[in-house]
Design a protein around this ligand. Structure first.
Ligand code: UDP
Length: 456
């Protein structure tokens, strides 16, 4: 009797940051739904949290050299080089273990910032796929730097194929100022080292959103847009019981009930949601301008201020604004964005937050702080027309008047109505992309098909 081919087995290795874990976890779920066996691989320190949150998906651990979590105090560059050294060996052992246990590995999908995984995959003769967690536009900029086609630091207006003309402030901050946050530019640029050896390049975006740049990148590399990778329940009506409880893998504990109860009491489209993601650290001056801008807009607001940032809130702010605002340490952002009380999202323009707002049709007030956020903000305001942008200078300085003005423009003005209508069109397109037969669904299907044959 002919034997049924075993399901292909992919290892998926996200870098352990919130904005990297969620998209790769959701992408893994899409693969599972198409019959692939996926094992998530994380660090020993993060293993337990992953196990608790990954549902039925198996999780394995490798060492990053800081099994007790000591990486928090390590400088970024030394952490990355330690992870490469210890992680390469540890991952090799894991592959050998899985192969010996009758669950041989066919493919590794790795986070672009962990470039060393490519060498391990190739040393075992495996299919290697890189997953870029940033916008394809941003990937293209780093690709140009790697190819020597874009000189850093970028000090004047530039033209990059597939992109609109970009001012220095529209560039990722590390390209504008390579010395900032030592080692960061190298990490992003090195994602493209030996990229021709990578079998697949996955971008967490959808074709219709970044058509021009995807087309251009596809001529250089085997790029496929597979996003937006947000939990299915927010995008489609086809969901499993597991999807019902899926709010993404959360590193911080979300304050779900009190946020939702509070939102339920607010009028439709009346609330400004404010969040600067899992990493951005505002200085006291930025925090003051933001707080005053929010307060002076006179709108209802829900503001996420992480525990480590709380001490920077202006004295008395929480008490003074308690009748119309709520400050929480972390929320279930997708549930908040999906709530009918939401009017707009004042965001740092992290790529996940940007995609999440686009997918749920929520207009944005863009306040980019660093890394890729300036580029995302440029696209939000000028290309996708899904929001307005607050002027933020090269030192990260912005003014309360402009925060207030932008919030009002999006919430009250004529322009706000147009932005809301445009945002809803993006939402529809995102839903189409992930639907059966949609652009992202087809890309995922193509990948699964090719590599299933590979494993036979
Ligand atoms: N997020 C969340 N609750 C919060 C704030 C953020 O669940 O209170 C999630 C958000 O939905 C997104 C991620 O954290 O998926 C932040 O990723 P993003 O790329 O926007 O920003 P980063 O944290 O990488 O700067």
């Amino acid at each position: 009797m002919e034997q049924k081919p075993r399901p292909a087995h992919c290892l998926v290795l996200p870098y352990t940051m919130q904005g990297h874990i969620n998209p790769m976890h959701q992408f893994s779920k899409s693969l599972v739904s198409k019959g692939v066996k996926v094992t998530l691989v994380t660090t020993k320190f993060m293993f337990k949290s992953f196990q608790q949150l990954s549902g039925s998906m198996p999780v394995e651990a490798i060492s990053d050299g800081f099994d007790d979590g000591g990486y928090v105090s390590a400088a970024q560059e030394s952490y990355f080089s330690k992870f490469k050294e210890v992680g390469s060996e540890s991952l090799g052992k894991l592959i050998e273990k899985l192969n010996a246990a009758g669950s041989p590995v066919d493919c590794i999908i790795y986070d672009g910032v962990m470039r060393w995984v490519l060498d391990v995959a190739k040393s075992f003769g495996l299919v290697a796929a890189v997953f870029f967690t940033q916008a394809c536009a941003v990937d293209n900029i780093y690709y140009h730097v790697k190819q020597g086609l874009l000189e850093v630091p970028v000090k004047k207006r530039v033209s990059v194929p597939g992109l609109p003309v970009l001012e220095p402030l529209d560039m990722p901050s590390f390209v504008r100022d390579p010395s900032s946050f030592a080692g960061s530019l190298d990490i992003f640029v090195n994602q493209f080292s030996d990229i021709s050896e990578v079998d697949w390049v996955f971008c967490n975006t959808f074709y219709e959103l970044e058509e021009e740049v995807i087309q251009w990148m596809s001529k250089q590399l085997r790029v496929r847009a597979i996003g937006p990778t947000i939990p299915r329940k927010y995008l489609t009506n086809q969901k499993t019981p597991e999807d019902d409880t899926d709010t993404g893998l959360q590193i911080f504990k979300p304050n779900i009930e009190s946020c939702m109860n509070w939102l339920n009491e607010q009028q439709d489209h009346s609330v400004v949601y404010v969040s600067f993601g899992s990493l951005a650290e505002l200085d006291a001056g930025q925090m003051l301008e933001l707080a005053c801008g929010i307060k002076e807009s006179n709108k209802q607001f829900l503001w996420v201020v992480r525990a480590s940032e709380e001490g920077k809130l202006p004295k008395g702010f929480v008490e003074e604004t308690s009748t119309r605002g709520m400050v929480v340490q972390w929320c279930s952002q997708m549930d908040v964005l999906a709530h009918k009380a939401l009017g707009c999202f004042a965001t740092h323009c992290g790529w996940n937050s940007t995609l999440e707002a686009l997918c749920l049709g929520v207009p944005m007030v863009a306040i980019p702080i660093w890394t890729d956020q300036g580029t995302n903000a440029k696209f939000i305001a000028d290309v996708w027309k899904a929001g307005v942008k607050v002027d933020v200078d090269e030192n990260g300085v912005f003014k309360r008047e402009m925060v207030q003005q932008c919030i009002r423009e999006v919430m009250d003005g004529e322009k706000g109505k147009e932005i809301r209508a445009t945002s809803r069109r993006w939402m529809e397109m995102a839903r189409e992309a992930v639907k059966e037969g949609g652009s992202s669904d087809m890309s995922i299907g193509e990948f699964v098909g090719s590599f299933t044959r590979h494993s036979e």
